[in-house]
Each structure stands twice: as C-alpha cells, then as structure tokens.
Design a protein around this ligand. Structure first.
Ligand code: AMP
Ligand code: MG
Length: 508
C-alpha cells in the first residue's frame, strides 16, 4: 500500500549452533566513570578489536569554508573558534584535537543485500567525543576524508568537495526539519586534488553523531562469533544510548525494542518529508536512530513511490516506497546478532513485528499534521492514501503541494486537487476549529524550503570554481525551512524541466 510497498515478512535466520548467553554485568559504574569528562574517548577504552588507532593526513593547503557556530556553541566548543588557523589545521586532519584520540572504527555490513564481513572507517577518523554541557549527552566528532586507514581497501581515504557540501547542506537541513540526524561542524578544502570521474578539489567534513555504532558494528563481531565483544558492544550501546533498558528483565530484548522504535520513527520522518536515503545498507544504519551517511540521497521533487535517485541502486532496493521494509530487514540482521547472546527467537520475532504498527502510527501522525487533520481522525489513513495517489497520478511536486493545499483553505476557486480535495475539505470542516485551525497548524508541519537536488548541484558547481556563496546562501535558507526568508525565495522553487536532477552519486 501507500505506506511502503515491500512486505514486512522478513524471517530471522535460525540460531543454529549459537550458544545461549550468560547474564552479563551492566556497566553502570564504569559508564559513569568514563562518561564524566567533557572531552574523552570512551570508545578507545573498548577492546582493541573495535578499532585501529590511526593518524590523519596533513592537508597541503587547507582552507576552512564552513564552521558551524551554532553547533559549536551547543557542544561547548566555542573556545575552539577563537583561532581560525588552529580550527583549519584540526578540522582538516593536519593536527590532532587536544585531548582526543584518533580511531578508525571496525564494522561489517550488508551492502545491497550482500554481507561484507569487514568494512570499517575507510575514509573517516573519530577524533574525540564531547559531552554537551546542557545535558551531558555524548557526541562523536569524526573527520570524513582525512586519509587512508587500515579499512580503506582500494580507496584513497579522501573525499571530494561535492559530497562534503552535499552532506553539510542536507544534514543541517535535516536537523532544522526536526529529524534525528548526524550534523556538520566544519568543512575544509584541503588544497589537494582527488581523482573521481574527473579531478576534483579534496575536502574534509567534520561530522557530529550521537555515535557511530551501526547494525554493521554488531555484525562485525557476530560474524567472528566473538561473543565477548558482542556483549561489550551491547553493554556500551545501552550505557550510551538506551540506559533505561538496563533495568528491564530482558535488557537485550528491551534494547532491540528501543532500536526498532527509533528506526520506525526515523523512517516515518523520512517518508513524511519525501526523503530517499539511497544506501540503506546495514553499515549505514545507526543504532542511535539518526540519519547516517548522506551519499546519493535526495529529497523528491515530484512524488512517486518507486522513485530512486542513487546511481548505484540499479534494482530500486532502496526506492522511496521500500524504505520502511528495508529498515525492518536491517533490524532483522541486528536481531540475528543479538540472538547469539540471547536465543529467544520468538521474542525477537515479536519485537521485529512491532516495527510495522509502530512505523504506521508515527507516519500517519506526521502525515495527519501535514494535512491539517486531527490525529484522532478515523479516515486519516484513507485520506493520506488518496492524497499520495493524486500526487503520483499527476506527477506533482511533493513538498510544494502541501503548501498549495494550505492555500486551498482560503481559496474560493474550483478544486485544484480533484476528488481528494473535496473529501479532505469535508473532513477539515467537521473538525473542531475547522478551516481556520487547520490553516494555523499546517505551516509548521510543511517546509517551505527543502534541499532540492538542482540547488545542491548549483552550490557544488560554484564551489568547484572557488565560489562558496551559493553554498552559504543555501545553508542560510535551509536554516529556517518553515519560513520564507526575503531574498531567498528561489530556494523554495521546484526545478524547471531542464534543471531536474534524476541521478545522484556517492562521489566517494
Ligand atoms: P559508504 O558507501 O559511504 O557507506 O561507504 C562504504 C564503505 O566504503 C565504508 O567502509 C567506507 O569507509 C568505504 N569508503 C568509501 N569511500 C572511500 C574512499 N574514498 N576511500 C576509502 N574507503 C572508502
Ligand atoms: Mg557508510
């Protein structure tokens, strides 16, 4: 149906010769001890097979092109902002962050359905963890594009400026749109040329994440049948992300339940925004429930359930309408890892099955708000489906159509959205507050500005010529996605036919 076409019937692989778990001690005391400094490296205290200590490469001629003052302030890193030269050296990887330890993390992953037992940070380096002053929440600070690591395989460990600009714009927009996501702290051009399809400027992005633990991190140890490490990882994950589950009778099952819910929430947000991740491999599925890895991702212009942008997604495995099903598939892979520690297969299957109702509930709630509908409305599901069908049948722009629909509440002219509009208006009029209330509520759920592909492409093109003004202006426009800022109206416009972008590339 309209909520994602792929089925939800992924069965778990049987546990076979997996051994039942021992009860493991919860590391509350240790967690408190290691989690108390403002800058620290709790991951570096995990056993050596979790990561490799590395040194990042010196950039020949680094220039800082973006420094996220808001995020720096939020993380208590303002002090760093004082010396631009030092900032440039640190966030190009040319100099270590004082107090940090530089690690490349180990992980595995299913890539487009095929299991790769060793991936790991091939062009990324965790340089420190920081505690947010307001609540003590821990964040990873990671450089992307700072040189080769033992996990680079044939890659150069570098990043081109294109993907750096793309991730900076999209992750910050995602944050402002209210969706869990990693963020961008800094962007530096290195002065080096990297070789992709052509010669391109090299760059380093600094990413901030709740952590970089992925489904693939669990798979890394599960594939090696390293149960001690798997247990350590589960303990660490609970202490860092889901401390509330430590007191549950079945902490591992409760952990899985919390992760299932976080994924359901994330995908509901993506779907409501018309966002297509593009590479939902298990190594890009963050345990924290944040959007991770902005590769060939895109916000849809005209709506279609089968929309695919990624140039590497040949068979549409990660098409827009597949995303909920694929998230559940990834969660099934996580369950298989946890079953090595706790072999209650029925319990994990039940928790996995809760993904769909949880997702549908969250998605419907978001969509109801976007359509100005009372969340308790019994026909909301039917209305949402009719709306999407109308958009798809007429090839309408997804985000802009919601804004147009808002305008229908004040309009006196014949319907613009066919039969759907008549049904929808009838429902709105029956609700408490009627049209007036709906008109009041809808704008805060429907972004005026989203990072559209053709605009991102313009920002990248200009940056390749050394002009960062489009990038900065677009970043400014996206910082208030629910307002139309004077002078920045053009960013709200869908592409003209000749501007339309149909394919996106990893560019790595
Ligand atoms: P991604 O598609 O970005 O999730 O990356 C998948 C894997 O390929 C990860 O292990 C990356 O670290 C690695 N990788 C991607 N690009 C490069 C590169 N330029 N150099 C080395 N490793 C890379
Ligand atoms: Mg990745």
């Amino acid at each position: 149906g309209a909520y994602g076409s792929s089925g939800f019937q992924y069965r778990l692989a049987t546990t076979g010769d997996y051994q039942p778990s021992l009860r493991f001690p919860w590391l509350a005391a240790e967690a408190c001890k290691t989690f108390s400094m403002k800058l620290s490296n709790s991951y570096a205290e995990l056993p050596g097979d979790f990561y490799t200590r590395i040194e990042t490469e010196r950039a020949p001629n680094p220039v800082l092109i973006a420094w996220n003052e808001d995020l720096a302030a939020e993380l208590g890193l303002q002090a760093l902002g004082g010396d631009r030269d030092q900032l440039t050296r640190i966030f190009s990887g040319s100099e270590p962050l004082p107090g940090g330890q530089t690690l490349a993390l180990a992980y595995a992953g299913h890539q487009f359905g095929h299991f790769v037992p060793q991936l790991g940070d091939g062009r990324a380096a965790l340089i420190a963890e920081v505690m947010r002053p307001q609540d003590g929440k821990r964040f990873d600070i990671q450089l992307k594009g700072s040189g080769q690591t033992p996990y680079s395989r044939r890659g150069d460990g570098k990043s081109s400026l294109g993907p750096v600009i793309r991730e900076y714009l999209l992750s910050e927009a995602m944050h402002r749109l209210g969706v869990p996501t990693t963020r961008a702290l800094a962007a530096v051009v290195t002065g080096e040329t990297v070789y992709r399809d052509s010669e391109e400027p090299g760059a380093v992005l600094t990413r901030v994440a709740a952590s970089h633990i992925r489904v693939g991190t669990f798979q890394y140890f599960a594939a090696r049948k390293n149960l001690d490490a798997l247990r350590r990882l589960a303990d660490y994950t609970i202490a860092r992300h889901y401390p509330q589950v430590a007191n549950e009778e079945q902490p591992l099952q409760a952990l899985f339940g919390a992760i299932v819910e976080a994924q359901a929430r994330l995908i509901a947000h993506w779907m409501a925004l018309g966002f297509i991740h593009g590479v939902m491999n298990t190594d890009n599925t963050a345990i924290s429930g944040e959007t991770l890895d902005y590769g060939p991702c895109a916000f849809m212009d005209e709506f279609h359930l089968d929309k695919v942008f990624s140039s590497i997604d040949q068979y549409g495995r990660y098409a827009y309408g597949q995303q909920a099903g694929m998230a559940q598939w990834n969660l099934a892979r996580l369950a298989e890892c946890l079953l090595l520690l706790d072999d209650d297969q029925t319990a994990y299957e039940e928790i996995l099955a809760s993904f769909q109702p949880c997702y549908v509930r969250l998605y419907l709630s978001l969509m109801s708000r976007k359509l100005g509908l009372d969340e308790t409305g019994e026909d909301n599901g039917t209305l949402v489906a009719a709306w999407l069908q109308h958009l798809q049948d007429h090839g309408l722009d997804y985000s802009q159509s919601f804004v147009r629909l808002e305008e229908r509440l004040q309009a006196d002219t014949p319907v613009e959205f066919g039969e759907f509009e008549t049904l929808w208006l009838k429902q709105i009029k029956q609700q408490a507050g009627g049209q007036l209330k709906a008109a009041e509520n809808m704008p805060s759920s429907n972004p005026r500005i989203i990072p559209r592909n053709h605009q991102v492409a313009r920002a990248i093109e200009a940056a390749f010529e050394g002009d960062y003004s489009v990038f900065r202006e677009m970043h400014q426009a996206l910082s208030e996605p629910f307002t139309q800022q004077p002078g920045l109206e053009s960013y709200a416009e869908p592409p003209l036919p000749h501007e339309r972008v149909r394919l996106t590339f990893c560019g790595t």
